[in-house]
Ligand binder design. Structure first.
Ligand SMILES: [Mn+2]
Length: 441
């Protein structure tokens, strides 16, 4: 079933075809199934570009968009109907479904890819195909191109290969209203999961119990599941940026850092909240938390068309550095600390990344017309990105006052750029000290 109205995908294909030169074609493979162990496969998830263009969610398919008058514009190669296989692994759309339900002009069984694609590519001079992303598909295409050139045909097939990544990324970066609706739904489900975690955590529980609560909420509310493996970090585990939820015990007096987001119809949420296991922040936890929070809220407030992620990151570095000096974690003046990047000891990642079908979504950060080493792309309405400052004081950091050691805090929201500012899609998830403590009061 298509997630969005068929017209949405048709419009995307029309825009892509318009961007191709005459005699050009765009070829997109989706993912295949991957063996896990025994007779078990990893859960299948379609390739984001392929899914964006086709809405087709079965493994192993290929799509061809071809610009020219002499051939079908949109061809799908799919697993054919197979009663025996379908009893075991589920109903397939087949070539008829590919045309009737997914809007292809033509469709072929995937087994005929080499033969049919070869014929379709004969008159194509420029082929758009992503390099270095899907080695299996790339090897198959290279074999096919070699066969085309070795034949005694008048037409030799494509002579230029062009990477379509930027073309597709520039489309995917600017979310349509229908896409924003899906991202809002992912945000709502993620809100429910984080709120439940903050409310229900108790001393003596394990990280995996909170993980289960979060992922249960994602699925119960109809998400595909998580958009990325859930991070649930007890105490000092919060200082490990990508700590996977494990077997550590959550204890009174420590914080719990949860970085988890739902995936709804291929669109991700990406949210971090940090809360005290006991329901009450200790004094040093409160000091660091308040610093991260006011930094994060100020960064959110900067969001508007025309600003850059570099500008926002620089403001975050300044705010955090000032606060770290105040709290005695850094010595000296703000400018010298910024110059020496002393903040790196406690804040070692970027503030933002694009968000969409991929949790670290496609789209360039640096454009030619700006400083060489900065994320100088100007924000525009429809872009979605994260704002996620944090502070992490390693448990063995002997430079830091003892009271702060082992505290890891991150606060992350998903922000949509609008015509006149921004909409914080996840801003309703409890994050002020009053809201978090209030959930337990
Ligand atoms: Mn993130």
């Amino acid at each position: 079933m298509l997630t969005l109205p068929a017209q949405s995908y048709a419009e995307r294909r029309a825009r892509l075809l318009k961007a191709l030169p005459d005699g050009g074609a765009l070829l997109l493979p989706t993912n295949t199934e991957h063996h896990r162990n025994g007779d078990v496969e990893f859960p299948f998830r379609p390739d984001s570009d392929f899914y964006y263009v086709t809405g087709f969610d079965e493994p192993g398919a290929w799509a061809l968009l071809r610009k020219g008058d002499d051939a079908p514009g949109y061809t799908l190669f799919v697993r054919p109907k197979d009663r025996e296989r379908e009893i075991w692994t589920g109903i397939r759309s087949g070539v008829v479904g590919a045309i009737e339900r997914f809007g292809a002009d033509a469709a072929h069984p995937i087994e005929q890819l080499d033969k049919e694609l070869g014929a379709l590519l004969e008159g194509v001079h420029t082929l758009y195909f992503a390099f270095g992303r899907n080695p299996e598909a790339e090897a198959r295409l290279h074999g096919l191109l070699a066969t085309l050139r070795s034949g005694r045909k008048v037409k030799t097939g494509p002579t230029s290969l062009v990477d379509p990544t930027t073309l597709l990324a520039d489309m995917r970066m600017h979310k349509s209203p229908a896409e924003v609706q899906l991202m809002r739904q992912a945000a709502r489900i993620t809100d429910e999961a984080h709120t439940a975690a903050i409310r229900d955590v108790r001393s003596g529980m394990h990280e995996y119990e909170i993980q289960a609560l979060i992922e249960y909420t994602f699925r119960r509310r109809g998400a595909w599941g998580w958009a990325y493996p859930s991070i649930v970090a007890a105490g000092a585990n919060g200082c490990i940026l990508h700590h996977r939820a494990g077997t550590s015990m959550l204890r009174d007096g420590e914080l719990m850092l949860v970085d988890a987001g739902a995936e709804v119809d291929g669109y991700a949420a990406d949210v971090t909240r940090t809360c005290p296991v006991s329901g009450r922040f200790s004094s040093p936890q409160r000091d660091l938390y308040a610093l991260v929070l006011r930094t994060q809220e100020r960064a959110c407030g900067m969001t508007a068309p025309g600003i850059t992620l570099q500008g926002m990151h620089d403001a975050v570095l300044r705010d955090l550095t000032l606060g770290l000096i105040d709290l005695g974690l850094l010595k000296g003046g703000v400018d010298e600390n910024l110059e020496s990047k002393a903040y790196n000891r406690y804040y070692m990642h970027r503030t933002s990344h694009w968000l969409g079908m991929d949790v670290h979504d496609v789209g360039r950060y640096r454009m030619e017309d700006g400083p060489a080493d900065s994320d100088n792309r100007r924000l525009a309405p429809g872009m979605v990105f994260t704002i996620e400052p944090g502070l992490y004081v390693a448990p063995d950091d002997e430079q830091a006052p003892a009271a702060f050691r082992g505290i890891g805090i991150r606060i992350e929201d998903d922000v949509l750029v609008t015509e006149d500012g921004y909409d914080n899609l996840t801003g309703g998830i409890p994050k002020t000290i009053e809201q978090i403590e209030g959930l337990r009061a």
